[in-house]
Design a protein around this ligand. Sequence first.
Ligand SMILES: NC(=O)c1ccc[n+]([C@@H]2O[C@H](COP(=O)([O-])OP(=O)(O)OC[C@H]3O[C@@H](n4cnc5c(N)ncnc54)[C@H](OP(=O)(O)O)[C@@H]3O)[C@@H](O)[C@H]2O)c1
Length: 259
Amino acid sequence: MQLKGQRALVTGASSGIGDQVARQLAAKGADLVITARREARLETLAEDIRRRYKVEVTVIALDLGEPTAPQQLWDATEGQDRPVDILINNAGFGTQRPFVDIPWEQSLQQLQVNLVSLTELTYRFIRSMKKRGVGYVLNVSSIGAYLPCPQFATYASGKAYVRNFTEALAYELKGTGVRACCLCPGGTATEFSEVAGQSLSKAVAMTMMSSERCARIGLAAMFRGRRNIVSGLFNSLGMFLLRFVPRRLAVWIAAKVLT
Ligand SMILES: NC(=O)c1ccc[n+]([C@@H]2O[C@H](COP(=O)([O-])OP(=O)(O)OC[C@H]3O[C@@H](n4cnc5c(N)ncnc54)[C@H](OP(=O)(O)O)[C@@H]3O)[C@@H](O)[C@H]2O)c1
C-alpha cells in the first residue's frame, strides 16, 4: 500500500514500537507528525526519516500525561488545516509493582497517557476522518488485556479498556470508511521493561519479538481492516488457550510469569 500524500500522527515515536511504526509508514510515503516527550530523540528520528524517505516530518514534543496535550496535537494538525489520515495511539508505559506501592501520581499519569489521552485523540481525529469518509486508527494495547496481571494491575486493566474500546469503536465505524484496529503485543524488545522496572531473565529476553516485526504486524492488520491483532503465532495461541483456563488460574499464571 502506498501512502503518498497521507499524513500519520504517531504517539510514542521516540523509541520502540512507535519508532518502527513511524519508519514503516514513511517508507510507504506517508508524511508524519511524531510526538513523545524526548525532543532530541524525535529530532534525530525525523532527520533520519527525511533523509531516507523524502517525506515531511513534524516533531511535536509534549507530555501525554498532561490533560491539555491531545488538544495541542489537534491544534497543531487539523487545527492548521493539516488533516491526519492515520492515527497511531502507541505511547504508553507500565510500572511493575503492587498497586498500593505505586505513588498515586504515577498511576494517575499512567491512566492519563494510556487511556485518557488515547481516548481523546481517537475522539477528536476520528470525527474528522468520518466527515472525510476515510481514515485509520491503530490503538496499541497488550496481551495483558486478556487477563488480570498482578504487579501490573492498572496497566493491564487499562490495556483491557483499550482493547474493548477499540473493538466497540470498530463495530460502530462499519460502513463509514474509517477503520479502527487494536494491536496487542506480547513481550517486545523495547525500553518498556526498563521503564517498568522489570528485571527480565536472559531466557525471557531472548523470546521477545523485535519492535520492527511488532510494528509490521500491527500496520498490516490495520490496513487489512482487522479489529484486533495479537502479535505473533505463539502469543495468539496463548491468548486463544486462555479462553479455556479458569480465571483464578489465569491470574496465578500471570503472577508467576510476570514475577
Ligand atoms: N514492549 C512490550 O513488551 C510491550 C508489550 C505490550 C504492549 N506494549 C505497548 O506498546 C506501546 C509502545 O511501548 P514500547 O514497547 O515501544 O515501549 P518504549 O520503548 O518504552 O516506548 C514508549 C513510548 O511512549 C512514550 N511515552 C511514554 N510516556 C509518555 C508521556 N507521558 N507522554 C508522551 N509520550 C510518552 C515514550 O516517549 P518519551 O519517553 O520520550 O515520552 C516512548 O516513545 C505502549 O503502549 C506499551 O504499553 C509494549
